[in-house]
Design a protein around this ligand. Structure first.
Ligand code: GGG
Length: 355
């Protein structure tokens, strides 16, 4: 009997709807081609339009609804007429924390025939997995403001690091590094300037490293890491860091590998008690919304990660191969040098899947 997976489909805002439509069409093609699993999609309407109608990004029972799915496919959040901090905390961060999706995986590599943005790098030099702490740190949502509007206004934004939180993400990153051929991990922090949380982070990395004697690892300050990614990309493989640091480094990494439009991510609950959530790294890009030109690769690659996570690795690879073959023959959107629109790229991917 075929495995059946219940997928909650949450396009969200802006180009989210366009890229998720593409990802679902590609998943459907894969499902038909493989014939040994089934995907049951349920549309979840949460996003800024829902917020404007109801006053909340998620209904009171929203998380309970979400918990019933095997995985969530998410598009993007954010519109110009709602403050970004309201939309991000109303939807995306409101899910990642309670669902204990404490690991955010962001693989980056140059797809076939894609040339890195830096002239000195070879395409094969960029093949990384970025592991982002996804539940605390600088995005703990703690702090406050007093004396609003006065010159002496004070705003605090606390970065909260727990030993438990650092240990579980560092252990997860060491496991990922151990499973990759080069067994190489770089731990990013800023423990010269941030002398409490980041110093503890480095100490925990040293402790956890002892469980993985076969993984070669080193430490980098986040500022120096940006330089190493540009000038010595071949020295990197798996990279782990805090919520904010890896949010920034993963955009840089995607740009180095050609375009933020290709970047996928997986918000994982490694304990599998809650559904994991798969989303392109890019945001809602409302400046190009409705034009039909968004690159669907970030969402499609995220869908491939979802299949992998669900145990359908063969189908996930089919999608990756289809993206490679489209890139090889230039069937891409403008950001990757091609001239196709979103629907045409989707068609090309489906054609590649159908062989
Ligand atoms: N597709 C993801 C999305 O909408 N991202 C918007 C954003 O700003 N995300 C910040 C984050 O991933 O923490």
């Amino acid at each position: 009997m075929a495995n059946v997976y219940k997928i909650g489909c949450m396009p969200g805002d802006g180009i989210g709807a366009e890229v998720i439509e593409s990802a679902v069409a590609v998943l459907r093609a894969c499902e038909t081609k493989c014939g040994d699993f089934k995907l049951e999609f349920t549309d979840l309407p949460y996003g800024t339009a829902y917020y404007k109608q109801t006053g909340a990004y998620l209904p009171p029972d929203g998380l309970d609804t979400i918990r019933k799915f095997d995985a969530i496919l998410f598009g993007a959040v954010g519109m110009p007429d709602v403050p970004d901090s309201v939309s991000l905390w109303g939807l995306l961060l409101a899910m990642r924390g309670p669902l204990q999706q404490y690991a955010n995986l962001r693989p980056v590599k140059c797809l076939k025939s894609i040339v890195p943005a830096v002239r000195t790098a070879k395409p094969e030099d960029i093949d990384w997995v970025l592991v982002r702490e996804n539940s605390e740190g600088e995005y703990a949502g703690q702090g406050g403001r007093s004396h609003r509007g006065f010159d002496w206004e004070v705003a605090t934004e606390l970065a909260i690091f727990t030993r438990h939180g650092a240990r579980r993400i560092l252990r997860y990153a060491f496991e990922i590094a151990q499973a990759r051929p080069r067994k190489l991990l770089t731990v990013v922090s800023k423990s010269n300037a941030q002398r409490y949380g980041m110093v503890m982070w480095d100490e925990v990395a040293l402790e956890v490293s002892k469980e993985f004697p076969d993984v070669k690892w080193d430490k980098m300050l986040v500022d120096a890491m940006t330089v190493r990614m540009v000038h010595k990309p071949e020295t990197l493989d798996t990279i782990v860091g805090s919520n904010l640091h890896m949010d920034i480094l993963s955009d840089l990494a995607a740009a180095l590998a050609a375009s933020i439009g290709i970047a996928p991510s997986a918000n994982i609950d490694p304990t599998r008690q809650s559904p994991s959530m798969f989303e392109p790294v890019h945001g809602s890009a409302f400046d190009i919304m409705g034009k039909g030109i968004a690159n669907p690769f970030g969402a499609v690659w995220s869908a491939a990660m979802m299949l992998d996570f669900l145990g359908e690795a063969k189908a996930g690879k089919m999608i990756m191969d289809a993206m490679d073959s489209c890139c090889e023959i230039g069937q891409t959107t403008g950001d990757l040098g091609g001239s196709l629109n979103t629907a045409q790229v989707t068609e090309a991917l489906i054609k590649a899947i159908n062989g």
